[in-house]
Design a protein around this ligand. Structure first.
Ligand code: NAD
Length: 508
Protein backbone atom coordinates (compact mmCIF):
# COMPACT_ATOMS: atom_id res chain seq x y z
CA UNK A 1 0.00 0.00 0.00
CA UNK A 2 1.51 3.38 -1.03
CA UNK A 3 1.03 6.11 1.56
CA UNK A 4 1.83 9.80 1.21
CA UNK A 5 2.46 12.41 3.87
CA UNK A 6 -0.23 15.01 4.55
CA UNK A 7 1.97 17.95 3.47
CA UNK A 8 2.51 16.48 0.00
CA UNK A 9 -1.15 16.44 -0.90
CA UNK A 10 -1.95 18.75 -3.78
CA UNK A 11 -5.13 17.09 -4.99
CA UNK A 12 -8.43 17.32 -3.11
CA UNK A 13 -8.02 16.28 0.50
CA UNK A 14 -11.02 14.25 1.63
CA UNK A 15 -12.57 15.34 4.90
CA UNK A 16 -14.69 13.50 7.43
CA UNK A 17 -18.34 14.44 7.90
CA UNK A 18 -19.06 14.83 11.60
CA UNK A 19 -22.08 16.46 13.18
CA UNK A 20 -23.10 18.04 9.87
CA UNK A 21 -19.74 19.68 9.09
CA UNK A 22 -16.69 18.66 7.07
CA UNK A 23 -13.77 18.20 9.45
CA UNK A 24 -10.13 17.26 8.92
CA UNK A 25 -9.09 13.76 9.88
CA UNK A 26 -6.61 13.17 12.69
CA UNK A 27 -4.74 10.82 10.32
CA UNK A 28 -1.00 11.24 9.81
CA UNK A 29 -0.99 9.30 6.55
CA UNK A 30 -3.00 9.59 3.36
CA UNK A 31 -3.51 7.40 0.31
CA UNK A 32 -3.69 8.73 -3.23
CA UNK A 33 -6.98 8.27 -5.09
CA UNK A 34 -6.41 7.66 -8.80
CA UNK A 35 -8.28 8.31 -11.99
CA UNK A 36 -7.86 4.75 -13.33
CA UNK A 37 -8.17 5.94 -16.92
CA UNK A 38 -4.95 7.95 -16.66
CA UNK A 39 -3.24 6.89 -13.45
CA UNK A 40 -3.32 10.54 -12.34
CA UNK A 41 -3.81 11.31 -8.60
CA UNK A 42 -7.14 13.12 -8.14
CA UNK A 43 -7.49 13.18 -4.36
CA UNK A 44 -5.90 12.18 -1.08
CA UNK A 45 -7.83 10.09 1.39
CA UNK A 46 -6.86 10.05 5.07
CA UNK A 47 -6.10 6.74 6.75
CA UNK A 48 -8.14 7.52 9.83
CA UNK A 49 -8.24 5.43 12.99
CA UNK A 50 -9.79 5.24 16.44
CA UNK A 51 -9.79 9.01 17.06
CA UNK A 52 -11.77 9.81 13.89
CA UNK A 53 -14.12 6.91 14.55
CA UNK A 54 -14.83 7.92 18.12
CA UNK A 55 -15.60 11.51 17.06
CA UNK A 56 -18.02 10.36 14.33
CA UNK A 57 -19.74 7.65 16.39
CA UNK A 58 -20.28 10.01 19.34
CA UNK A 59 -21.81 12.57 16.99
CA UNK A 60 -24.03 9.85 15.49
CA UNK A 61 -25.10 8.62 18.90
CA UNK A 62 -26.06 12.11 20.14
CA UNK A 63 -28.07 12.69 16.95
CA UNK A 64 -29.76 9.29 17.22
CA UNK A 65 -31.30 10.13 20.60
CA UNK A 66 -33.32 12.92 18.97
CA UNK A 67 -33.76 11.45 15.49
CA UNK A 68 -35.53 8.34 16.78
CA UNK A 69 -38.24 10.64 18.22
CA UNK A 70 -39.02 12.13 14.78
CA UNK A 71 -42.11 10.37 13.34
CA UNK A 72 -41.27 7.87 10.61
CA UNK A 73 -43.48 9.78 8.14
CA UNK A 74 -41.36 12.91 8.67
CA UNK A 75 -38.13 10.92 8.45
CA UNK A 76 -39.26 9.56 5.08
CA UNK A 77 -39.79 13.11 3.79
CA UNK A 78 -36.02 13.68 3.94
CA UNK A 79 -35.70 10.73 1.56
CA UNK A 80 -38.22 12.25 -0.87
CA UNK A 81 -36.02 15.38 -0.95
CA UNK A 82 -32.82 13.31 -1.22
CA UNK A 83 -34.30 11.40 -4.15
CA UNK A 84 -35.06 14.64 -6.01
CA UNK A 85 -31.53 15.93 -5.44
CA UNK A 86 -29.92 12.66 -6.52
CA UNK A 87 -32.05 12.68 -9.67
CA UNK A 88 -31.16 16.31 -10.43
CA UNK A 89 -27.43 15.67 -9.97
CA UNK A 90 -27.35 12.15 -11.38
CA UNK A 91 -25.22 13.08 -14.41
CA UNK A 92 -22.64 14.77 -12.23
CA UNK A 93 -22.64 11.82 -9.81
CA UNK A 94 -22.22 9.39 -12.71
CA UNK A 95 -19.26 11.40 -14.03
CA UNK A 96 -17.65 11.26 -10.58
CA UNK A 97 -18.18 7.49 -10.50
CA UNK A 98 -16.57 7.16 -13.96
CA UNK A 99 -13.66 9.37 -12.99
CA UNK A 100 -12.73 7.69 -9.73
CA UNK A 101 -13.77 4.12 -10.58
CA UNK A 102 -13.40 3.78 -14.35
CA UNK A 103 -16.91 2.59 -15.27
CA UNK A 104 -18.17 3.81 -18.64
CA UNK A 105 -20.61 6.72 -18.31
CA UNK A 106 -23.55 4.49 -19.28
CA UNK A 107 -22.59 1.94 -16.60
CA UNK A 108 -22.08 4.69 -14.04
CA UNK A 109 -25.50 6.22 -14.82
CA UNK A 110 -27.19 2.84 -14.49
CA UNK A 111 -25.51 2.28 -11.12
CA UNK A 112 -26.66 5.69 -9.83
CA UNK A 113 -30.19 4.85 -10.99
CA UNK A 114 -30.11 1.55 -9.09
CA UNK A 115 -29.08 3.46 -5.97
CA UNK A 116 -31.89 6.00 -6.43
CA UNK A 117 -34.34 3.09 -6.48
CA UNK A 118 -33.28 2.17 -2.94
CA UNK A 119 -34.04 5.74 -1.87
CA UNK A 120 -37.47 5.32 -3.49
CA UNK A 121 -37.93 2.15 -1.46
CA UNK A 122 -36.95 4.09 1.69
CA UNK A 123 -39.62 6.71 0.89
CA UNK A 124 -42.19 3.93 1.36
CA UNK A 125 -40.88 2.74 4.72
CA UNK A 126 -43.79 4.20 6.75
CA UNK A 127 -46.15 1.63 5.25
CA UNK A 128 -43.62 -1.18 5.84
CA UNK A 129 -42.85 -0.07 9.38
CA UNK A 130 -46.16 -1.20 10.82
CA UNK A 131 -46.23 -3.86 13.49
CA UNK A 132 -48.86 -6.54 14.11
CA UNK A 133 -51.75 -6.74 16.57
CA UNK A 134 -54.03 -9.49 17.81
CA UNK A 135 -56.92 -8.12 19.78
CA UNK A 136 -58.14 -10.50 22.50
CA UNK A 137 -55.19 -12.86 22.12
CA UNK A 138 -56.43 -14.12 25.51
CA UNK A 139 -59.58 -12.99 27.31
CA UNK A 140 -59.37 -9.18 27.70
CA UNK A 141 -55.73 -9.25 26.56
CA UNK A 142 -54.37 -7.54 23.42
CA UNK A 143 -50.95 -8.17 21.95
CA UNK A 144 -49.01 -5.95 19.54
CA UNK A 145 -45.56 -5.52 18.04
CA UNK A 146 -43.91 -2.24 17.01
CA UNK A 147 -40.54 -1.54 15.40
CA UNK A 148 -37.83 0.51 17.09
CA UNK A 149 -34.55 1.67 15.56
CA UNK A 150 -31.37 0.15 17.01
CA UNK A 151 -28.95 3.09 17.28
CA UNK A 152 -25.72 3.90 15.46
CA UNK A 153 -25.36 1.80 12.30
CA UNK A 154 -22.19 1.54 10.25
CA UNK A 155 -21.62 0.91 6.52
CA UNK A 156 -18.27 -0.37 5.19
CA UNK A 157 -18.28 -0.52 1.42
CA UNK A 158 -16.17 -1.77 -1.55
CA UNK A 159 -14.71 0.16 -4.47
CA UNK A 160 -16.79 -1.31 -7.27
CA UNK A 161 -20.10 0.56 -6.87
CA UNK A 162 -19.25 3.94 -5.28
CA UNK A 163 -22.86 5.22 -5.48
CA UNK A 164 -25.09 2.15 -5.45
CA UNK A 165 -23.68 0.06 -2.59
CA UNK A 166 -23.64 2.84 0.06
CA UNK A 167 -27.22 3.63 -1.04
CA UNK A 168 -28.22 0.03 -0.25
CA UNK A 169 -27.58 0.93 3.36
CA UNK A 170 -28.02 4.40 4.78
CA UNK A 171 -31.35 5.54 3.24
CA UNK A 172 -33.05 2.53 4.86
CA UNK A 173 -31.13 2.73 8.15
CA UNK A 174 -31.84 6.45 8.56
CA UNK A 175 -35.51 6.27 7.64
CA UNK A 176 -35.92 3.49 10.22
CA UNK A 177 -34.75 6.03 12.84
CA UNK A 178 -31.07 5.13 13.19
CA UNK A 179 -28.05 7.34 12.70
CA UNK A 180 -25.27 6.23 10.38
CA UNK A 181 -21.49 6.28 9.96
CA UNK A 182 -20.25 5.44 6.45
CA UNK A 183 -16.71 4.35 5.67
CA UNK A 184 -16.37 4.64 1.90
CA UNK A 185 -13.81 2.57 0.03
CA UNK A 186 -10.46 4.35 0.29
CA UNK A 187 -10.11 3.81 -3.48
CA UNK A 188 -13.29 5.77 -4.39
CA UNK A 189 -14.27 8.23 -1.65
CA UNK A 190 -15.39 11.12 -3.87
CA UNK A 191 -18.86 9.90 -4.90
CA UNK A 192 -19.78 9.28 -1.24
CA UNK A 193 -18.72 12.84 -0.40
CA UNK A 194 -20.86 14.29 -3.22
CA UNK A 195 -23.88 12.26 -2.19
CA UNK A 196 -23.40 13.35 1.43
CA UNK A 197 -23.48 17.01 0.33
CA UNK A 198 -26.86 16.34 -1.29
CA UNK A 199 -28.12 14.59 1.83
CA UNK A 200 -27.09 17.61 3.94
CA UNK A 201 -29.00 19.84 1.50
CA UNK A 202 -32.22 18.05 2.48
CA UNK A 203 -31.90 19.64 5.94
CA UNK A 204 -31.26 16.28 7.64
CA UNK A 205 -30.46 16.99 11.31
CA UNK A 206 -26.74 17.25 12.09
CA UNK A 207 -25.02 14.03 13.03
CA UNK A 208 -27.64 11.67 11.62
CA UNK A 209 -25.25 10.87 8.77
CA UNK A 210 -21.46 10.88 9.17
CA UNK A 211 -18.41 9.82 7.16
CA UNK A 212 -15.02 8.52 8.27
CA UNK A 213 -12.18 7.58 5.92
CA UNK A 214 -9.54 4.89 6.12
CA UNK A 215 -8.76 1.23 5.74
CA UNK A 216 -8.18 -1.62 8.21
CA UNK A 217 -7.45 0.49 11.33
CA UNK A 218 -10.56 2.55 10.74
CA UNK A 219 -12.69 -0.57 10.25
CA UNK A 220 -11.27 -2.25 13.36
CA UNK A 221 -12.11 0.85 15.42
CA UNK A 222 -15.69 0.77 14.09
CA UNK A 223 -15.98 -2.93 14.95
CA UNK A 224 -14.83 -2.25 18.50
CA UNK A 225 -16.73 0.96 19.32
CA UNK A 226 -19.28 0.30 22.10
CA UNK A 227 -21.85 2.74 20.68
CA UNK A 228 -22.00 0.97 17.29
CA UNK A 229 -24.99 -1.37 17.21
CA UNK A 230 -25.08 -2.72 13.66
CA UNK A 231 -22.65 -3.18 10.77
CA UNK A 232 -23.43 -3.57 7.09
CA UNK A 233 -20.45 -4.71 5.05
CA UNK A 234 -19.92 -5.34 1.35
CA UNK A 235 -16.54 -6.48 0.01
CA UNK A 236 -14.33 -9.53 -0.47
CA UNK A 237 -15.05 -12.82 1.31
CA UNK A 238 -11.91 -12.76 3.48
CA UNK A 239 -12.79 -9.34 4.89
CA UNK A 240 -16.52 -10.19 5.15
CA UNK A 241 -15.62 -13.20 7.35
CA UNK A 242 -13.40 -11.00 9.53
CA UNK A 243 -16.09 -8.34 9.92
CA UNK A 244 -18.76 -10.93 10.73
CA UNK A 245 -16.61 -12.82 13.27
CA UNK A 246 -15.26 -9.77 15.10
CA UNK A 247 -18.49 -7.77 14.84
CA UNK A 248 -20.58 -10.61 16.30
CA UNK A 249 -18.00 -11.29 19.02
CA UNK A 250 -18.31 -7.61 19.98
CA UNK A 251 -22.10 -7.96 20.23
CA UNK A 252 -23.04 -6.12 17.02
CA UNK A 253 -25.71 -7.11 14.54
CA UNK A 254 -23.84 -7.86 11.27
CA UNK A 255 -24.73 -8.44 7.63
CA UNK A 256 -21.65 -9.04 5.45
CA UNK A 257 -21.75 -9.60 1.68
CA UNK A 258 -18.64 -11.29 0.25
CA UNK A 259 -17.16 -12.20 -3.11
CA UNK A 260 -18.55 -14.38 -5.88
CA UNK A 261 -17.98 -16.66 -8.84
CA UNK A 262 -21.20 -16.63 -10.82
CA UNK A 263 -21.89 -19.56 -13.14
CA UNK A 264 -23.70 -18.99 -16.45
CA UNK A 265 -25.03 -22.26 -17.82
CA UNK A 266 -25.84 -22.41 -21.52
CA UNK A 267 -28.09 -25.16 -22.88
CA UNK A 268 -27.98 -26.17 -26.56
CA UNK A 269 -31.55 -24.85 -26.99
CA UNK A 270 -30.64 -21.30 -25.83
CA UNK A 271 -31.20 -18.42 -28.26
CA UNK A 272 -27.62 -18.01 -29.56
CA UNK A 273 -27.73 -14.26 -30.37
CA UNK A 274 -29.39 -13.20 -27.12
CA UNK A 275 -27.09 -15.48 -25.14
CA UNK A 276 -23.93 -14.08 -26.69
CA UNK A 277 -25.05 -10.48 -26.12
CA UNK A 278 -26.02 -11.16 -22.51
CA UNK A 279 -22.90 -13.20 -21.77
CA UNK A 280 -20.62 -10.48 -23.15
CA UNK A 281 -22.37 -7.80 -21.07
CA UNK A 282 -22.39 -9.97 -17.96
CA UNK A 283 -18.71 -10.97 -18.13
CA UNK A 284 -17.17 -7.71 -19.36
CA UNK A 285 -19.61 -5.00 -18.17
CA UNK A 286 -17.96 -2.76 -15.55
CA UNK A 287 -14.71 -4.49 -16.64
CA UNK A 288 -15.86 -7.57 -14.73
CA UNK A 289 -15.60 -5.72 -11.41
CA UNK A 290 -19.10 -6.76 -10.30
CA UNK A 291 -20.03 -9.26 -7.62
CA UNK A 292 -22.82 -10.40 -9.96
CA UNK A 293 -20.62 -10.62 -13.08
CA UNK A 294 -21.00 -13.83 -15.05
CA UNK A 295 -17.42 -15.01 -14.68
CA UNK A 296 -17.75 -18.73 -15.48
CA UNK A 297 -19.63 -19.97 -18.55
CA UNK A 298 -20.63 -23.63 -18.40
CA UNK A 299 -21.67 -24.87 -21.83
CA UNK A 300 -23.81 -28.01 -21.98
CA UNK A 301 -23.36 -30.45 -24.90
CA UNK A 302 -23.16 -28.77 -28.28
CA UNK A 303 -23.91 -25.31 -26.81
CA UNK A 304 -20.17 -24.55 -26.95
CA UNK A 305 -20.05 -25.03 -30.74
CA UNK A 306 -23.16 -22.90 -31.18
CA UNK A 307 -22.07 -19.88 -29.19
CA UNK A 308 -18.28 -19.81 -28.73
CA UNK A 309 -17.28 -18.66 -32.26
CA UNK A 310 -19.78 -15.75 -32.15
CA UNK A 311 -18.80 -14.86 -28.58
CA UNK A 312 -15.09 -14.80 -29.45
CA UNK A 313 -15.70 -12.63 -32.51
CA UNK A 314 -17.98 -10.19 -30.60
CA UNK A 315 -15.44 -9.94 -27.75
CA UNK A 316 -12.59 -9.24 -30.16
CA UNK A 317 -14.55 -6.22 -31.43
CA UNK A 318 -14.92 -4.61 -28.00
CA UNK A 319 -13.33 -1.20 -27.66
CA UNK A 320 -11.37 -0.54 -24.47
CA UNK A 321 -10.75 3.09 -23.57
CA UNK A 322 -10.72 5.90 -21.06
CA UNK A 323 -13.98 6.76 -19.34
CA UNK A 324 -13.13 10.22 -18.04
CA UNK A 325 -13.75 12.23 -21.20
CA UNK A 326 -15.54 12.19 -24.53
CA UNK A 327 -14.55 8.70 -25.65
CA UNK A 328 -17.34 6.16 -25.33
CA UNK A 329 -15.61 2.79 -25.09
CA UNK A 330 -17.33 -0.54 -24.45
CA UNK A 331 -15.13 -1.09 -21.44
CA UNK A 332 -13.01 1.07 -19.13
CA UNK A 333 -9.93 0.41 -16.99
CA UNK A 334 -9.57 -1.66 -13.82
CA UNK A 335 -9.40 0.09 -10.45
CA UNK A 336 -5.60 0.00 -10.02
CA UNK A 337 -2.36 -1.14 -11.61
CA UNK A 338 -1.91 -3.61 -8.76
CA UNK A 339 -5.31 -5.19 -9.40
CA UNK A 340 -4.70 -5.33 -13.18
CA UNK A 341 -1.41 -7.18 -12.56
CA UNK A 342 -3.21 -9.69 -10.28
CA UNK A 343 -5.82 -10.36 -12.97
CA UNK A 344 -3.11 -10.75 -15.63
CA UNK A 345 -1.27 -13.24 -13.42
CA UNK A 346 -4.45 -15.32 -12.97
CA UNK A 347 -4.93 -15.46 -16.76
CA UNK A 348 -1.33 -16.62 -17.16
CA UNK A 349 -1.90 -19.26 -14.47
CA UNK A 350 -4.92 -20.56 -16.41
CA UNK A 351 -2.77 -20.82 -19.55
CA UNK A 352 -0.05 -22.70 -17.62
CA UNK A 353 -2.69 -25.05 -16.23
CA UNK A 354 -3.63 -26.03 -19.80
CA UNK A 355 -6.69 -23.89 -20.61
CA UNK A 356 -6.96 -22.20 -24.01
CA UNK A 357 -6.82 -18.39 -24.16
CA UNK A 358 -9.20 -17.71 -27.03
CA UNK A 359 -9.32 -13.93 -26.52
CA UNK A 360 -6.27 -12.42 -24.83
CA UNK A 361 -6.57 -8.97 -23.25
CA UNK A 362 -3.26 -9.02 -21.37
CA UNK A 363 -1.41 -6.67 -23.72
CA UNK A 364 -4.19 -4.22 -24.49
CA UNK A 365 -3.22 -0.55 -24.09
CA UNK A 366 -4.89 2.77 -24.86
CA UNK A 367 -2.83 5.27 -26.88
CA UNK A 368 -4.38 8.40 -25.34
CA UNK A 369 -3.75 7.12 -21.80
CA UNK A 370 -0.52 5.10 -21.57
CA UNK A 371 -0.61 5.11 -17.74
CA UNK A 372 -4.22 3.94 -17.40
CA UNK A 373 -4.93 0.60 -15.72
CA UNK A 374 -6.28 -1.16 -18.82
CA UNK A 375 -6.75 -4.82 -19.58
CA UNK A 376 -8.72 -6.16 -22.53
CA UNK A 377 -11.59 -8.64 -22.31
CA UNK A 378 -10.30 -12.20 -22.07
CA UNK A 379 -11.86 -15.63 -22.67
CA UNK A 380 -10.24 -18.72 -21.18
CA UNK A 381 -11.82 -21.72 -22.90
CA UNK A 382 -11.66 -25.45 -22.11
CA UNK A 383 -10.89 -24.80 -18.45
CA UNK A 384 -11.19 -27.68 -15.96
CA UNK A 385 -13.01 -27.57 -12.59
CA UNK A 386 -9.82 -27.81 -10.51
CA UNK A 387 -8.15 -24.77 -12.13
CA UNK A 388 -7.83 -21.48 -10.23
CA UNK A 389 -9.54 -19.60 -13.11
CA UNK A 390 -12.64 -21.72 -12.41
CA UNK A 391 -12.56 -21.65 -8.63
CA UNK A 392 -11.32 -18.16 -7.69
CA UNK A 393 -13.01 -14.81 -7.99
CA UNK A 394 -10.90 -12.94 -10.58
CA UNK A 395 -12.86 -9.66 -10.48
CA UNK A 396 -11.72 -8.54 -13.90
CA UNK A 397 -12.86 -8.80 -17.56
CA UNK A 398 -12.18 -12.52 -17.75
CA UNK A 399 -14.65 -15.23 -18.72
CA UNK A 400 -13.57 -18.81 -18.03
CA UNK A 401 -15.43 -21.53 -19.94
CA UNK A 402 -15.96 -25.12 -18.79
CA UNK A 403 -17.59 -27.56 -21.23
CA UNK A 404 -19.82 -30.27 -19.72
CA UNK A 405 -22.15 -32.91 -21.18
CA UNK A 406 -25.34 -32.51 -19.11
CA UNK A 407 -27.21 -29.97 -17.02
CA UNK A 408 -26.78 -32.32 -14.04
CA UNK A 409 -23.00 -31.97 -14.42
CA UNK A 410 -23.38 -28.17 -14.56
CA UNK A 411 -25.45 -28.19 -11.36
CA UNK A 412 -22.83 -30.41 -9.67
CA UNK A 413 -20.13 -27.91 -10.64
CA UNK A 414 -22.18 -25.30 -8.76
CA UNK A 415 -22.13 -27.54 -5.67
CA UNK A 416 -18.32 -27.44 -5.70
CA UNK A 417 -18.26 -23.64 -5.73
CA UNK A 418 -17.19 -21.87 -2.54
CA UNK A 419 -19.44 -18.92 -3.32
CA UNK A 420 -23.17 -18.68 -4.01
CA UNK A 421 -24.13 -15.22 -5.15
CA UNK A 422 -25.77 -15.56 -8.57
CA UNK A 423 -26.25 -18.09 -11.36
CA UNK A 424 -27.98 -17.89 -14.72
CA UNK A 425 -29.39 -20.46 -17.14
CA UNK A 426 -29.90 -19.78 -20.84
CA UNK A 427 -32.50 -22.12 -22.30
CA UNK A 428 -35.86 -22.30 -24.02
CA UNK A 429 -36.90 -25.34 -21.95
CA UNK A 430 -39.29 -24.68 -19.07
CA UNK A 431 -38.41 -27.89 -17.27
CA UNK A 432 -34.65 -27.24 -17.48
CA UNK A 433 -35.32 -23.76 -16.07
CA UNK A 434 -37.36 -25.23 -13.22
CA UNK A 435 -34.75 -27.85 -12.30
CA UNK A 436 -32.04 -25.23 -12.39
CA UNK A 437 -34.01 -22.72 -10.30
CA UNK A 438 -34.77 -25.41 -7.75
CA UNK A 439 -31.38 -27.11 -7.42
CA UNK A 440 -28.61 -24.64 -8.27
CA UNK A 441 -26.48 -23.78 -5.24
CA UNK A 442 -26.76 -19.97 -5.28
CA UNK A 443 -29.02 -17.34 -3.77
CA UNK A 444 -29.86 -15.24 -6.84
CA UNK A 445 -31.04 -17.05 -9.96
CA UNK A 446 -31.51 -15.71 -13.48
CA UNK A 447 -33.30 -17.39 -16.35
CA UNK A 448 -32.31 -15.83 -19.68
CA UNK A 449 -31.17 -12.59 -17.99
CA UNK A 450 -27.64 -11.22 -17.98
CA UNK A 451 -27.12 -10.21 -14.36
CA UNK A 452 -29.83 -11.29 -11.88
CA UNK A 453 -29.09 -8.50 -9.39
CA UNK A 454 -32.37 -7.84 -7.56
CA UNK A 455 -33.95 -4.41 -7.66
CA UNK A 456 -34.41 -2.42 -4.46
CA UNK A 457 -37.71 -4.09 -3.47
CA UNK A 458 -36.12 -7.56 -3.27
CA UNK A 459 -33.34 -8.77 -0.97
CA UNK A 460 -29.78 -9.35 -2.18
CA UNK A 461 -29.73 -13.01 -1.19
CA UNK A 462 -26.18 -14.32 -1.54
CA UNK A 463 -25.45 -17.81 -0.16
CA UNK A 464 -22.38 -19.71 1.12
CA UNK A 465 -19.19 -17.58 1.26
CA UNK A 466 -20.97 -14.77 -0.56
CA UNK A 467 -22.86 -13.80 2.59
CA UNK A 468 -22.40 -13.94 6.36
CA UNK A 469 -25.39 -13.11 8.55
CA UNK A 470 -29.15 -13.70 8.56
CA UNK A 471 -30.88 -10.60 7.19
CA UNK A 472 -29.85 -9.45 3.73
CA UNK A 473 -29.58 -5.95 2.29
CA UNK A 474 -32.46 -4.42 0.30
CA UNK A 475 -36.18 -5.18 0.43
CA UNK A 476 -38.15 -5.93 3.59
CA UNK A 477 -35.26 -7.83 5.16
CA UNK A 478 -33.31 -4.57 5.33
CA UNK A 479 -36.04 -3.04 7.51
CA UNK A 480 -35.84 -6.02 9.83
CA UNK A 481 -32.06 -5.62 9.98
CA UNK A 482 -32.22 -1.95 10.92
CA UNK A 483 -34.98 -2.30 13.54
CA UNK A 484 -35.73 -4.30 16.65
CA UNK A 485 -39.26 -5.34 17.51
CA UNK A 486 -41.00 -4.71 20.78
CA UNK A 487 -43.99 -6.78 21.83
CA UNK A 488 -46.53 -5.39 24.28
CA UNK A 489 -49.23 -7.49 25.95
CA UNK A 490 -52.00 -5.56 27.69
CA UNK A 491 -54.73 -6.85 29.96
CA UNK A 492 -57.74 -4.53 30.06
CA UNK A 493 -59.51 -4.59 33.43
CA UNK A 494 -63.20 -3.82 33.28
CA UNK A 495 -64.66 -1.86 36.13
CA UNK A 496 -67.47 -3.97 37.66
CA UNK A 497 -69.98 -1.09 37.90
CA UNK A 498 -69.40 0.21 34.32
CA UNK A 499 -69.58 -3.17 32.63
CA UNK A 500 -72.07 -4.94 34.86
CA UNK A 501 -73.80 -6.23 31.77
CA UNK A 502 -71.10 -6.86 29.17
CA UNK A 503 -71.54 -4.62 26.08
CA UNK A 504 -71.26 -7.53 23.67
CA UNK A 505 -74.39 -9.14 25.09
CA UNK A 506 -76.59 -6.41 23.66
CA UNK A 507 -74.74 -6.16 20.29
CA UNK A 508 -76.17 -7.43 17.01
P1 NAD B 1 -12.31 -5.30 0.05
O1 NAD B 1 -12.80 -6.44 0.86
O2 NAD B 1 -10.86 -5.21 -0.24
O3 NAD B 1 -12.71 -3.90 0.74
C1 NAD B 1 -14.01 -3.64 1.16
C2 NAD B 1 -13.99 -2.70 2.36
O4 NAD B 1 -13.29 -3.33 3.43
C3 NAD B 1 -13.25 -1.39 2.07
O5 NAD B 1 -13.97 -0.34 2.66
C4 NAD B 1 -11.90 -1.58 2.74
O6 NAD B 1 -11.36 -0.38 3.25
C5 NAD B 1 -12.19 -2.54 3.87
N1 NAD B 1 -11.08 -3.46 4.13
C6 NAD B 1 -10.20 -3.96 3.23
N2 NAD B 1 -9.33 -4.81 3.84
C7 NAD B 1 -9.68 -4.82 5.15
C8 NAD B 1 -9.17 -5.52 6.28
N3 NAD B 1 -8.14 -6.34 6.19
N4 NAD B 1 -9.78 -5.32 7.48
C9 NAD B 1 -10.83 -4.48 7.59
N5 NAD B 1 -11.35 -3.79 6.54
C10 NAD B 1 -10.78 -3.96 5.33
O7 NAD B 1 -13.17 -5.31 -1.31
P2 NAD B 1 -12.98 -4.40 -2.59
O8 NAD B 1 -11.73 -4.84 -3.30
O9 NAD B 1 -13.14 -2.98 -2.27
O10 NAD B 1 -14.27 -4.84 -3.46
C11 NAD B 1 -14.30 -5.99 -4.26
C12 NAD B 1 -14.94 -7.17 -3.55
O11 NAD B 1 -16.24 -6.82 -3.09
C13 NAD B 1 -15.14 -8.35 -4.48
O12 NAD B 1 -14.78 -9.53 -3.80
C14 NAD B 1 -16.63 -8.33 -4.78
O13 NAD B 1 -17.19 -9.58 -5.13
C15 NAD B 1 -17.17 -7.84 -3.48
N6 NAD B 1 -18.51 -7.29 -3.63
C16 NAD B 1 -19.55 -8.03 -3.15
C17 NAD B 1 -20.85 -7.58 -3.31
C18 NAD B 1 -22.00 -8.39 -2.79
O14 NAD B 1 -23.07 -7.84 -2.62
N7 NAD B 1 -21.81 -9.67 -2.51
C19 NAD B 1 -21.08 -6.36 -3.95
C20 NAD B 1 -20.01 -5.61 -4.40
C21 NAD B 1 -18.71 -6.09 -4.24
Amino acid sequence: MTTVQYSRSSAQLCKCLVNGTWQESHAKEHLPVHNPSTGEVIAQVPLGGAEDVDRAVRSAHAAYLEWREVPVVERARFMFRFRELLEKHSDDLARTVSREHGKTLAEAKASVQRGIEVVEFACGIPSLFAGETIENVATDVDCETVRHPIGVCVGIVPFNFPAMVPLWMYPVAITCGNSFVLKPSEKVPLTSIKMAELLLETGLPKGVFNIVHGARDCVDALLAHPQVKAISFVGSTAVAKHIYTVGCANGKRVQANGGAKNHIIIMPDADPDLTVQALKASAFGCAGERCMAGSLAVTVGEAADLIMPTLVSATNKMKVGRTDGDESPDMGPLISGEHRDRVRALITQGEKDGAEISVDGRNVSVDSAPNGFFLGPTIIDKAKPAMSVVKEEIFGPVLSVVRVKTIAEAIQLGDQCEFGNGAVLYTSSGSAAREFKRYFNAGMIGINVGVPAPMAWFPFTGWNSSFFGDLHMQGKESIQFYTQQKMTMTRWFKSASQFHDPIWKGKK
